[in-house]
Design a protein around this ligand. Structure first.
Ligand SMILES: [Zn+2]
Length: 659
């Protein structure tokens, strides 16, 4: 938002015996605002309000000046006062920024829809046993570890029904005779078999509790066969509100798939549906009408005719895989390949598209090579070399299905004003990053999902910086920063499969937090190696936000808990409290971070009247600095032009001027 109009209004009527008339004070205040001396403008409005306390426009203008300085709380107080005093201007923007109620309406509509959420529960649902059955690592789950799934699913496209079986190979970790496997209640269970016996089970919501006739002992390996059938739910808004997608392509041929990240893979096949549980490898057999081609994850094996005009597509995933990444695409696909070079070795890039898009795709997907090669350099070797990299044209916008990424962005590139010749497709840039952030390293709980989305969104920025410039990076970062809601904490409730995607802050705020970390570290090679090493150290493992915080503290030798505690677990931003004096063209600025834990440290950048950018590092201790030859200053923030900002100093915070 760049165009905030300042009221100009004639003040004839109030005159009088001051050295300056109210009109003169008003006009001077406006002039100062226009030259961006916001402090000067606020001081003039203060004077004016002493003379005419009920003057709504003075409150309004002071509010906008405060906003420009990053003092959102002060701006909100001024705006609400101006409205009470009868201001006849549109203040919708401030209602939105200042009142949680206004944000709530939009967020509820987009992210929770008809699900009830409660203010006393932090505007989250009331979590019940259903949520902990789904989201918690309960003893019936931790007692065993799955190392291999052999899944077969037959997809009846006419009835939109599926039937299949999953052979679940697991090792017993704790002695147990009861285990939990998950499958949505709308499916019927046709049998659970073990060592020739049919096992008894009970169902509670999406959990299936399976009883064994004897205790299974730690270290034993077992296999059970879970047979099921039913009609999977239809996705309301894939990939965000997931399920099956049944569509027709432009030639009126069937085009289908599934996306189920937050919903859960147990919405279509039985598994231990928790983020920490990944098999070491997996077999996926999909039986589909033989007139279509079926694409899935990993490496394609045989296509076997199974009779009745069905064919079985056999796929093998050579690596650990998240349950929600297991997917299929059904359609009239044609394929082609390209090759990227990763650490001197060829990596096959597979593409599956609809025939009428083939030529477009051949041109459009050439950009993928550079993206994958860049990430392999930035985050370590591509994690799934044996399975290759694959983009599949999908009947929904995009989803990071491992080695079978859904691409549904109509082959559109974005252009960048800083780099005329640069064009790329951010969906490829974002989803490809998930092969590192989400698919190899993965979050241990939905509460930690910013480790997927924040890092993948930051990958977009890193790619832009790599292929264009730091200026382009900063401008794009600022666009993301403006889309942050700060309504829910980035990391909130564990063990309940929380909808952490609500508000999108896991994307945008997540990326901005990583940027602020970079500013704090102020050593780009160190920052980039830290990000890379984090990915490499936790490759194929589930991690929590705390693991990342500890990792950063360990690698930098500084305690970063106060920094992350503020940004990840709090909806309020750090506040830079400051005061200043002016003398003979010099400014003495006193500043400290407040509303943060002791030990919080972060840089910020001020801009002087003659355009100098000064990087300062604040802590929770009061510090003072002299800025020579300056009449006034303000802060680089989302309300200002970012041109000239000092490197690694453009951070995300609010201010409070102690006048
Ligand atoms: Zn994503």
């Amino acid at each position: 938002m760049k165009k905030l109009l300042v009221a100009s209004i004639a003040l004839s009527g109030w005159m009088i015996s001051f050295s300056q008339t109210p009109e003169e004070i008003w006009q001077d205040g406006l002039n100062k605002f226009h030259e961006k001396d916001f402090h000067g403008s606020i001081m003039r409005m203060n004077e004016l309000l002493k003379i005419i306390p009920e003057f709504s426009y003075a409150h309004y203008n002071r509010g906008i000046a405060r906003l420009n300085l990053g003092d959102m709380d002060g701006a909100c107080i001024d705006m609400s006062r101006a409205v009470v005093l009868g201001l006849d201007k549109d203040t919708k923007f401030f209602e939105y920024m200042c009142q949680d109620g206004a944000k709530y309406k939009g967020l509820k509509k987009h992210f929770y829809r008809d699900e009830e959420i409660y203010p006393e529960n932090g505007y989250r649902p009331r979590y019940t046993r259903k949520d902990s059955l789904r989201g918690a690592l309960r003893p019936e789950r931790t007692c065993f570890d799955v190392y291999f799934y052999d899944l077969t699913v037959r997809i009846n496209t006419r009835k939109k029904r599926i039937a299949g079986e999953n052979r679940i190979h697991f090792e017993v970790v704790e002695p147990a005779s009861l285990i939990q496997i998950d499958l949505f209640p709308e499916f019927s269970i046709d049998g659970i078999l073990w060592e020739g016996d049919r096992l008894n089970y009970t169902r509670e919501f999406g959990a299936v509790f399976i009883s064994f006739p004897r205790q299974l002992n730690a270290g034993e390996k077992h296999m059970l066969t879970f047979q099921y059938s039913g009609k999977p739910g239809i996705a309301e808004r894939p990939p965000w509100r997931g399920g099956f997608v049944w569509k027709k392509d432009k030639k009126r041929k069937l085009w289908a798939g599934v996306a189920c990240e937050h919903l859960g893979a147990s919405s279509w096949w039985p598994n231990k549906d928790h983020l920490t549980e990944r098999p070491d490898s997996m077999k996926i057999n999909l039986e589909v009408p033989s007139k279509y081609k079926c694409v899935s994850n990993g490496t394609q094996g045989n296509i076997v005719e199974t009779g009745r005009k069905y064919a079985r597509y056999e796929w093998f995933v050579n690596y650990p895989i998240n349950n929600y990444n297991v997917t299929f695409y059904l359609g009239n696909y044609v394929s082609f390949t390209d090759t990227a070079i990763v650490e001197g070795k060829p990596l096959v890039l597979h593409y599956e598209v609809l025939p009428y898009d083939l030529e477009k795709a051949k041109e459009h997907f050439t950009q993928t090579r550079d993206i994958v090669e860049f990430y392999s350099h930035a985050y370590g070797k591509y994690p799934f070399m044996k399975d290759g990299f694959r983009l599949v044209e999908s009947p929904y916008e995009g989803m990071e299905h491992q080695t079978a990424i859904a691409y549904g962005h109509r082959f559109e590139n974005a252009a960048f004003e800083e780099c005329d010749s640069l064009k790329y497709d951010y969906i490829i840039v974002h989803e490809a990053a998930h092969e590192w952030w989400g698919n190899s390293l993965c979050a241990a709980d939905m509460a930690d999902i910013w480790l997927h989305e924040g890092f993948a969104t930051y990958a977009e920025l890193m790619y832009l910086e790599h292929s264009c410039s730091k200026e382009a990076y900063t401008r794009e970062l600022n666009e993301k920063l403006k889309m942050i809601f700060n309504f829910w904490p980035v990391v909130e409730n564990y063990n309940v499969n929380e909808n952490s995607f609500a508000s999108n802050d896991v994307y945008n705020k997540g990326a901005v937090i990583l940027h602020c970390l970079r500013c704090n570290i102020n050593n780009d090679p160190l920052f980039f190696s830290l990000i890379r090493d984090f990915n490499l150290e936790y490759r194929f493992q589930a991690v929590t936000s705390r693991d990342f915080i500890d990792f950063v503290s360990r690698k930098t030798g500084e305690d970063y808990a106060p920094f992350f505690n503020k940004y990840l677990y709090d909806t309020k931003l750090p506040v830079l409290s400051y005061s200043f004096t002016r003398e003979d063209g010099h400014i003495r600025l006193t500043y400290q971070w407040t509303e943060v834990e002791d030990g919080f440290k972060m840089p910020f950048c001020i801009r002087t009247n003659d355009g100098r950018a000064v990087r300062l590092v604040g802590t929770t201790m009061e510090q003072a600095t002299a800025i020579d030859n300056a009449e006034w200053f303000n802060f680089y923030n989302e309300w200002q032009e970012l041109q000239g900002v000092a490197d690694n100093s453009y951070t995300y915070y609010r201010t409070k001027w102690i006048e």
